[in-house]
Design a protein around this ligand. Structure first.
Ligand code: AMP
Length: 282
């Protein structure tokens, strides 16, 4: 497995591959790899000839310094894991200064309002950081396809918008959420949960499943109220938001339209660990 830490070496390697008319898949990650990440890598390996996996904890997308400091980093383990998958995996793990140069700042993007909903409200500047780092990666890698998890559904929609706005020649592929046995969506941040929190975090998927069952029977307002109630006196988890929103505009449902696809979105804190999840409703 080839591992690169500099743009120059990665670009040279990729241009070599491309002279042989091979396709490149790209799976951006922040490392501390888990089964959810691996489903993206597998999809990419199936659909393209070579898969670049980036491992980079991107400082510009963190609005909370403690979250950035405490974000799990397991590069050696990540490389061992990726090595077992396929020789067609290429790892890019740059330092921030290598990727950004002297300018560790975000470009300010207008994602036509997608950036102001949900995660955007609670993590100001987050999607500018995501857009900025992806643009840097896309410039080096020039992938044929790039793979993103529906776990970060808002991010997936924003990446599609970025590609449209910047007229990039890459196909964005969304991959389903991969869950632990109890329903908790795999996340690098799960490592920071206590055993009890990790076990009880099944409540997040449970409320999403209940919302899915009740959708069309109860109003969105009632469903939301019931979710708020579940977390009101919860010993382990604090609800940050629960929203039922249009999957295209990400705007909160105000009056139901059967032509529109909706999803329920949730963000919850277990102490300082922030967990997000979502589910399709119709
Ligand atoms: P991260 O390392 O958290 O930035 O995630 C890298 C990519 O993996 C993103 O596209 C995520 O949406 C995706 N991902 C993270 N967790 C999961 C999961 N449980 N199922 C599917 N995709 C995931």
């Amino acid at each position: 497995m080839d591992v690169f830490t500099t743009k120059k070496d990665l670009i040279a390697h990729i241009s070599n591959i491309k002279t042989n008319k091979k396709t490149i898949g790209f799976v951006p990650t922040m490392g501390a790899l888990h089964q959810g990440h691996l489903t993206l890598v597998s999809a990419s390996l199936q659909q393209t000839d070579y898969t670049v996996v980036s491992i980079f904890v991107n400082p510009t997308q963190f609005n909370n310094t403690i979250d950035l400091e405490k974000y799990p980093r397991n590069l050696i383990q990540d490389l061992d894991l990726l090595k077992t998958l396929s020789k067609e995996v290429i790892v890019f793990s740059p330092k921030a200064s290598e990727l950004y140069g002297d300018n560790l700042e975000s470009t300010v993007y207008d994602f036509e309002g997608l950036e102001h909903q949900m995660e955007g409200k609670f993590r100001p500047g987050h999607f500018d950081g995501v857009g900025t780092v992806l643009k840097l990666f896309f410039n080096c890698i020039n992938p044929t396809k790039a793979f993103f998890g529906e776990k970060d559904f808002q991010q997936l929609q924003i990446v599609k918008k970025l590609v449209e706005l910047e007229q990039l020649e890459v196909e964005i592929v969304g991959c389903p959420i991969y869950r632990e046995k109890n329903g908790l969506a795999y996340s690098s941040r799960n490592e920071r949960l206590t055993d009890l929190q990790r076990k009880e975090a099944k409540v997040i998927f449970e409320v999403l499943q209940n919302a899915q069952q009740d959708f069309g029977i109860k109003s969105a307002t009632i469903i939301k109220k019931e979710v708020v109630e579940v977390f009101k006196n919860h010993k382990l988890f604090d609800l940050e938001y629960f929203e039922i929103a249009d999957t295209k505009t990400l705007k909160e449902l105000t009056s139901f339209n059967p032509e529109i696809q909706y999803r329920a979105f949730i963000a919850v804190f277990a102490d300082s660990v922030r967990l997000i999840d979502n589910i399709a409703l119709n």
